[in-house]
Design a protein around this ligand. Sequence first.
Ligand code: FAD
Ligand code: SIN
Length: 547
Amino acid sequence: MEKHYDIVVVGSGIAGLFFARKAAGLLPRGRVAVITKKDETESNTNYAQGGIATVMSGVDSFDLHVSDTLKAGAGLCHRKVVEDIILHGPKVIEKLVEIGVKFTRSKGGTYDLGREGGHSINRVVHASDLTGREIERALLESCRQRPNIDFYRETIALDLITYQHKNINCCGGVYTFTPRGRVFRSFYAPVIMLATGGIGQVYFHTTNPDIATGDGIAMAFRAGARVANMEFIQFHPTTLYDPGRRPFLISEAVRGEGGILIDSAGRPFMKEYHAQKDLAPRDIVARAIDSELKQSGAPSVFLDVSHLDKVFIKKRFPNIYKECKKRGIDITRQPIPVVPSAHYNCGGVVADLQGRTDISGLYVCGEAACTGMHGANRLASNSLLEAVVMADFASDDSLAFRQTNNFPDTPPAGEWLHSSLGGNREKIVVTHDIEVLKKTMSDFVGIVRSLDRLQMAGERLRIIQKAAEHYYLTQPASYPIIELRNMSLVAGLIVRAATRRKESRGLHYLLDHPETDDRWLHNTVIRPHNYLPRKNNLLRRKDGHSL
Ligand code: FAD
Ligand code: SIN
């Protein structure tokens, strides 16, 4: 089945929705498709708590926000990108307010500004502790009012449709699969926007929801785009320790309001690690907790807010209070057990600030992109900022691109190989591989790494990646198979990048090379032709009857 659009957006988080809404407005006679793999709200965006960092107060300055960002990024931020994004911050906040986002305001009507690690001042605009949910709500409502946007929910993008034009690698569409009714569709459009978000699910412990399997990065890489800085995986220091239950983040804003990290004996330990104590940058706090846990053998440390005003806690963090209470912890009286877990990917598909990639017609924005904003360690609450600014710039750029180029209505799509569809293998094979992959990443490619462990991880992942390609080509399509294929590729890229960088910097800490080494003051770029087996670039699955 074929669908033709002017613009196809994959993903309905902040980046995808902001982009789709603006593009649909700029192109009132055009048609925009938003493809999203679960329901429209399910995204990392929906779970964002802390807020959006931006310069809003008279005592703050763009220079200060830039310098905090560069400092956290440990030498690898792209200064011009950082400056452009930060300068544009207040404008996108106003646009979000126009769209209907209700940020928390103080009594005088100004924005209430939160504080998070690595920021030298309060500058985080938020909607109490449910900022992401409020942004998703407003963006979705606004997109639904645009008659020229069609949503395809519960539909997963599998691979990009690429073709060569005058020796240029071009993207003209995307193959998708909808489990309900087992529908395969090819979407064609001159502009394809990948806004597929993060990769947290390649780890066993993560703050990210199930959708975060790195699909966009894997698709773009298979199609020929470079990826960069995949070794810089950010671990959030404070996820609620509640084994076997759905992960729940305890926002860094809690430390911003005075929360203190303590061990089981009540000892506040952050002062032994950094002058900024509990508000040190995230990499330092996460490593400090990792070290405390390894030394003590305890399953968690604790975040204590019991010394703060109870009424204030309930008002400022209503959702955290409610969720912890539901799980048996009254945070106004008891310390919260917390552990670090995989949270954010500072790397991604190489893109400029307009979201342009190596492939003509293919745009990427938000967490799936690597622009140089975050360098080796993202400053808290800078990612919603980057996502929305990029989406804003990319909509202008991609429409100009569409108007100045001639595209074939249906580009010559690569032949999809027929799979034999040789019977349904037991699903346990796939779920087992997913579990081994996640355990391998958490145990061997976590906060503190060694070359030995990276090598072991690489060996295991190669086997899983090969198996995943095989399942993908021979088994009936399913989300677990499609996601395992993407996760194993993305996990392999993380290991490759981490093995390459023979130093410690930002989020990448390597026991064999614990010092920062300025010979590594550059991005870790991986090119598909240096990594993928040649045939993988050509392989496409085809379930003959359903295409
Ligand atoms: P997402 O919001 O993750 O959206 C990705 C979309 O792509 C989803 O709709 C998904 O279903 C869809 N998708 C993925 N793959 C496919 C596919 N193959 N086919 C179809 N659809 C697909 N950042 C901040 O700046 N401030 C915060 O306070 C903050 N708090 C956070 C709290 C939590 C718990 C988490 C997990 C993250 C937080 N972050 C925060 C990070 C931030 O939320 C994300 O980086 C940001 O929301 C990413 O936006 P995005 O639009 O790029 O991706
Ligand atoms: C948080 O609220 O702690 C998350 C902020 C972020 O990831 O930027």
